[in-house]
Design a binder for this molecule. Structure first.
Ligand code: HSE
Length: 424
């Protein structure tokens, strides 16, 4: 195989995995790696010089491919732009940069005749993007949904043993799954970026991440986990990207929120740091992909797979366009949540006084909400927990019902309102 010269930005967990895997593919020659600091202890040193000067890589004409595994939006996006202008192909794991700047980067790459490869940006080691882009090329993609964040799936799986969110998060941090600042994972940003990238591949539009509805897992309690189990569900953080919305809405239904998933559903069995994704195409029907969504070697597997694909095609004329999905020059916005329809799980803490259940029924009825199941617990004291499962409800109806409920004297606290799984 012809030698291909690479430069890499970043030598963290994924970068060291890439170095490790590249040792098996000598024709992929890593010439230089840019790092923030030369002082750090490194678990795997590449067989090439390190530098703190990114320009040494960007301006090196011999380097044909830039591997970007440093992450973050800035200054990374500027480095990628400059590398593309120097006609370097890009292999990146950076969903944030793609979600926020994808249309511009792909247009720039097209202008300069280079390709951007990004399998590692979503679902780590699961070959999700190549499946959608190439494997399902004959399909109109209708929806992509699933568990796209290993950290939160680890935390939620751990909470099923009775641990609190705080304890489960701490354990995830101690084991290196969660960052010291877990915001990107636990508040849904990471999934939103991934959904934007998936929308670009599946539907031809990056969806602006700031328009994607995001609800994270911070408010899930061990009580919610236990109640969900009692009713035959597991709580998962699900990301959904559907064309036209699940209810015939205009635009894209793109959202991330905790969801009660029936224990019999394939996504319910995705445990620990794994990802699980359902892809629906008009011809193929539904596929389920499950596997490691993060971690050193699984993510490096995606990066090096891209490099091998790229290296195999590099000497062919005009090969870049073969690898590039057709993506519109302007991003789309996600549809607002008002018109999504799904059942809800509600946990309410109420004063245990006569007529409360009747009042709840009246309020929900007035907002077009039909109750499927209702139970009351712990009524010995002055307060009781009421758990309600509803039939399908429009998001706007649930919001107006909850707003009215919050004004009622009998409500001590609105424990939680979590959506129940409904196929996209
Ligand atoms: N932090 C992500 C996760 C991995 O936990 O799935 C990188 O996207």
């Amino acid at each position: 195989m012809a030698r291909v010269v690479l430069g890499m930005l970043g030598l963290g967990t994924v970068g060291t995995g890439v170095v490790e895997l590249l040792a098996r593919h000598r024709h992929l020659t890593l010439k230089k790696v840019a790092v923030k600091s030369l002082d750090k202890d490194r678990s795997a040193m590449p067989n090439c010089p390190l530098t703190t000067d990114v320009d040494e890589i960007i301006n090196d004409a011999e380097i044909e491919v830039l591997v970007e595994v440093m992450g973050g939006e800035n200054p990374t996006v500027g480095y990628l732009e400059r590398a593309i202008k120097k006609r370097k192909h890009i292999v990146t794991a950076n969903k944030e940069v793609l979600a926020k700047h994808g249309p511009r980067l792909f247009a720039l790459a097209k202008e300069h005749g280079v390709a951007i490869f990004f399998e590692a940006s979503v679902a780590g080691g699961v070959p999700l993007l190549s499946t959608i882009h190439k494997g399902l090329e004959a399909n109109e993609i209708e929806s992509i949904m699933g568990i796209l964040n290993g950290t939160t799936n680890f935390i939620l799986s751990n909470m099923e043993t009775g641990k609190s969110y705080a304890d489960a998060l701490k354990e995830a941090q101690d084991l290196g799954f969660a960052e010291d600042d877990p915001t990107a994972d636990v508040d849904g940003f990471d999934v939103a970026y991934k959904l934007s990238v998936l929308s670009a591949l599946g539907f031809g539009y990056f969806v602006r991440p700031d328009t994607i509805y995001k609800e994270g897992i911070r408010n899930i309690t061990e009580e919610d986990m236990a109640l969900a189990k009692e009713f035959g569900y597991r709580i998962k953080l699900l990301g959904t990207a559907a064309k036209g919305g699940s209810n015939g809405n205009q635009g894209f239904d793109v959202r991330v929120h905790p969801t009660l998933v029936p224990v019999t559903h394939p996504l319910a069995s995705v445990s620990g740091a794994n990802n699980g994704i359902l892809v629906r195409g008009h011809a193929v029907g539904q596929l389920t992909l499950i596997g490691p969504g993060a971690g050193k070697l699984p993510t490096a597997s995606a990066v090096v797979g891209d490099l091998m694909n790229l290296a195999g095609a590099l000497k062919l004329p005009d090969f870049a366009s073969y690898f590039q999905p057709t993506i519109e020059a302007s991003p789309a916005s996600a549809a607002p949540p008002d018109h999504w329809k799904c059942p809800f799980y509600l946990r309410l803490v109420v004063k245990d006084t006569p007529g409360v259940i009747g009042k709840l029924g009246t309020i929900f009825g007035a907002h077009n909400i039909s109750i499927a199941t209702i139970i009351q617990r712990g009524a010995e004291g002055r307060e009781a927990t009421v758990v309600i499962l509803t039939h399908d409800v429009l998001g706007k109806d649930m919001n107006s019902a909850l707003a009215e409920l919050k004004k009622c004297d009998f409500l001590s606290s609105l424990g939680n309102a979590i959506r129940i799984f409904r196929s996209a």
